[in-house]
Design a protein around this ligand. Structure first.
Ligand code: PMP
Length: 386
C-alpha cells in the first residue's frame, strides 16, 4: 500500500492537482494531440480555443479583460527574465529588495555585468515586509524599474505592492511584480492597480502542471519591452522579423499545450471555488501549524506575527538541528514532505542570519492540506525534538 504523503512543498510546486487539471492534460495527450495556432483541423482549433480560454481565465482572475496581454512561458523564471531583460537598457538603475528569489537576483546580476545596470537592494523591516517609503527613497534620476516579489518564498511575508505601485506611478518608474507565491493565494486586481508587468508560475498556486508560467502586461509597456526569443508564431510567416502583435511578440515556438490546458482547468477551478475561500482554508491550517510550533522547544519561527501579513509559508529553524536532517527525518519516518535550505533566496537568509546554518526548514501549505495533517505534523515534530 502506498504510504500517505503529507505534502508541504507547495511553494515549489503544488500537489496534488485537482482532478479537472489531470483530466485536461490527459484530454490533450489522448484526444487532441495538436499544436495551437498552426493548423486548421478540428483538434488544432480546439487547442487554440482552449489556450485562448486559459488567457481569459487568468485575465479575469486578475481583474482585467485584455486577453492578448496575458503572455505564456515555461515558468515564473522565464517570465521574470522576459520582464527584466526585455525592459532594461545599458546604465539603467533598478530598485529591488533583499527578499527576492534568484529568478530576480540572478538576471539582475547578469545585467549588472553585461549592461552595467546599477541595482539598489532595499531591506525589509523586522517582520520581513518592505516599507514602501524605503522604495521611494531609493528612486533617483535614471531609475527605470522597481522589481519586487509580492510574497517572500521564505518567510511568507506579503509585500505592499499596491502602495509601492502608487509610488512607481507618481515617480514615473516602471514596475515588475513577482507573483510566483501569491497568484491563486491572494487577490491582486490589476484594473485597480495596473502594475506594468506581473509574472508568475502556472504550477504553484494556480494549480497547473510544471512547465507553465504567465505574465500580464499593461498595454503602455508593450512597445518598450523587447522580445527575448524570436521564432515561429504561426502568424505573418512571410515576414523575417518577429511580429509586433500580441501575444506572438513574446511567444515563439510551440506552446506547452497539455500544460496550458491543465493550467486553464486549474484557474477555472480556483475561480469557481474563489481565491478568498481557498485562502481562508489554507490560512486556517497555517494558523494551527504556527500555534502548535510556538509550543515546541527550541523552534524559531520566521515571518510576520500578524497572520494577515503572511501566506501559508512557514519557515523555522530548530536549535542544534540541521534543517536538511530534520527534513529527511520527517519524510523517512512520517511521510511529511517539506523543504530545507536557502530556497533560492540567499539574501533573505543573510537578513535572517540563517545563511551559514543550512537555511530554514520550510513548510509551504496548499489548498489540499487538512487540519488532521497539521496535527500529525506537530506530533511528528514533538517526537523528533524530544
Ligand atoms: N519567484 C519566487 C518568489 C519563487 O518562489 C519562485 C519558485 N520557487 C520563482 C520566482 C520561480 O518560479 P518557477 O519555479 O516557476 O520558475
Amino acid at each position: 500500500m502506498a504510504r500517505e504523503r503529507i505534502y508541504f512543498d507547495n511553494a515549489a510546486t503544488s500537489w496534488p492537482k485537482p482532478p479537472c487539471v489531470v483530466e485536461a492534460v490527459q484530454h490533450h495527450l489522448t484526444q487532441l494531440g495538436a499544436c495551437a495556432g498552426r493548423s486548421g483541423y478540428r483538434e488544432a482549433n480546439e487547442v487554440e480555443r482552449l489556450i485562448g480560454d486559459a488567457r481569459k481565465q487568468i485575465a479575469y482572475l486578475f481583474g482585467t479583460h485584455s486577453l492578448e496581454h496575458v503572455i505564456f512561458g515555461h515558468n515564473g523564471t522565464d517570465m521574470l527574465n522576459l520582464g527584466l531583460h526585455g525592459i532594461l537598457k545599458r546604465g539603467d538603475h533598478v530598485v529591488t529588495t533583499t527578499i527576492e528569489h534568484n529568478s530576480i537576483l540572478r538576471p539582475l546580476s547578469f545585467l549588472k555585468k553585461h549592461l552595467e545596470i546599477d541595482v539598489t537592494y532595499v531591506p525589509p523591516g523586522e517582520d520581513g515586509r518592505v516599507d514602501p517609503a524605503t522604495i521611494g527613497e531609493a528612486i533617483r534620476p535614471g531609475t527605470r524599474l522597481i522589481a519586487i516579489t509580492h510574497v517572500s518564498n521564505v518567510t511568507g511575508a506579503i509585500q505592499p505592492v499596491e502602495a509601492i505601485y502608487q509610488i512607481a506611478k507618481d515617480r514615473g518608474v516602471r514596475m515588475l511584480v513577482d507573483a510566483a507565491q501569491s497568484a491563486g493565494h491572494l487577490e491582486l486586481n490589476l484594473s485597480e492597480t495596473p502594475i506594468d508587468m506581473v509574472a508568475f508560475s502556472g504550477h504553484k498556486g494556480l494549480l497547473g502542471p510544471l512547465g507553465t508560467g504567465a505574465m500580464i502586461l499593461q498595454p503602455s509597456i508593450v512597445p518598450e519591452l523587447q522580445s527575448r526569443r524570436q521564432g515561429g508564431t504561426g502568424t505573418k510567416s512571410e515576414q523575417d522579423e518577429q511580429p509586433e502583435e500580441l501575444p506572438a511578440k513574446f511567444e515563439s515556438g510551440n506552446a506547452n499545450a497539455p500544460g496550458l490546458l491543465g493550467l486553464r482547468a486549474g484557474v477555472e477551478y480556483i475561480r469557481e471555488q474563489t481565491v478568498t475561500a481557498l485562502h481562508r482554508h489554507t490560512m486556517q491550517c497555517t494558523a494551527q501549524l504556527l500555534e502548535g510550533m510556538q509550543t515546541l522547544p527550541k523552534v524559531r519561527i520566521f515571518g510576520p506575527e500578524n497572520l494577515e501579513h503572511r501566506v501559508g509559508v512557514v519557515s523555522i529553524q530548530v536549535d542544534a538541528f540541521d534543517p536538511h536532517e530534520l527534513a529527511t527525518a520527517l519524510d523517512s519516518a512520517f511521510g511529511i514532505q517539506c523543504r530545507a535550505g536557502l530556497h533560492c533566496a540567499p539574501m533573505t537568509h543573510q537578513h535572517l542570519g540563517t545563511i551559514g546554518s543550512g537555511g530554514t526548514l520550510r513548510f509551504s501549505l496548499g489548498i489540499f492540506n487538512t487540519l488532521p495533517q497539521i496535527e500529525r505534523t506537530l506530533e511528528a515534530l514533538r517526537t523528533i525534538l524530544k
